[in-house]
Design a protein. Structure first.
Length: 294
């Protein structure tokens, strides 16, 4: 996450520093205070600017790029290609993908969110309900998928839970801040009354589940969170944790355009269903259904 100081935020917004402080006092600009200093997340500033944009009457909003931003998923990546949708993926994590979508930088976002106090909760819907910049958005089910700990084949460390990861000092590959898998890890640590600094984490951060599998394969890590489908493809061991919703967020006006319609139609195709079974760890019974409309 890129953070601006007050001076940097003023320069970015082309305002005086005094004006920035006034806006902070009024609570009208996104910011956070860390060790006595005000910091301004660039992504939040971009979203704030886009949300407050006014247009002349009759002026249309610029079309979002043909990009699906957010969480990485091998079945989604395959479906985008095989459906002929013409959509590209940008794996930046669930929260970052939603931010890009809200800012008009992507035509859709894919996400699997988790809250600290309940890993079973349907956080995707609750987040959509809580955001004020999703008035014309819809949540489309892509699948339910099984998340867990990836481990070396045969699970040589006999890892069964987060308690084992902590007790055995297993080297764990982390995911980016705001990624769904990282949110799940934080929820597991919260339940275990522990924290990230108690883990034997290794770098660099793994952007996708495939990167976690690679870190384990070469011996750089002992475990990391990813899907059963990734584990099966990599020949890695898998310790199940939870089934989660993996959804697409789209604007209602874009949903009826050719690229997204091609994808949604393909999500009920027998070829798609067969591929999900081949990957393993997917439930696509509800694929394409509308789970929430703002």
């Amino acid at each position: 996450m890129q953070l601006f100081t007050t001076a940097e935020a003023a320069a970015y917004l082309r305002l005086k520093e005094r004006k920035i402080y006034e806006m902070v006092a009024e609570g009208t600009v996104p910011c956070t205070k860390v060790t006595g200093r005000w910091l301004f997340p660039k992504a939040e500033l971009d979203q704030w600017i886009a949300a407050s944009l006014t247009r002349p009457a009759g002026s249309a909003r610029a079309a979002a790029p043909a990009i699906v931003a957010g969480s990485h998923d091998p079945l989604l990546e395959w479906a985008l290609r095989e459906s002929g949708s013409g959509l590209a993926t940008l794996a930046v994590g669930s929260e970052a993908g939603l931010t890009r979508f809200a800012g008009g930088e992507a035509v859709a976002a894919c996400m699997h969110l988790h809250v600290l106090d309940d890993i079973e909760a349907d956080a995707n819907v609750s987040v959509m309900q809580s955001r004020g910049d999703m008035q014309d958005a819809a949540l489309i089910a892509f699948c339910r998928r099984e998340q867990g700990f990836l481990v070396a084949a045969g699970n040589p460390m006999k890892i069964k839970s987060i308690d084992d990861v902590l007790a055995k000092r297993a080297r764990i590959a982390l995911r980016p801040e705001g990624a769904g898998a990282q949110l799940l890890l934080l929820a597991l640590l919260h339940k275990a009354k522990s924290s990230l600094d108690r883990l034997a984490s290794v770098g660099p951060v793994c952007p996708t589940g495939t990167d976690v599998a690679q870190a384990i394969r070469v011996g750089r890590a002992d475990a990391g969170i990813a899907t059963r489908g990734v584990a099966n493809a990599a020949g890695a061991g898998f310790v199940p944790i939870v089934w989660e919703h993996f959804d697409l967020v789209v604007r209602q006006r874009d949903y009826f355009q050719a690229p997204l319609q091609a994808l949604v139609k393909f999500m009920t195709d027998p070829e798609f269903i067969a591929r999900a079974e081949e990957f393993g760890g997917y439930d696509v019974a509800g694929a394409g259904s509308v789970r929430f409309v703002a």
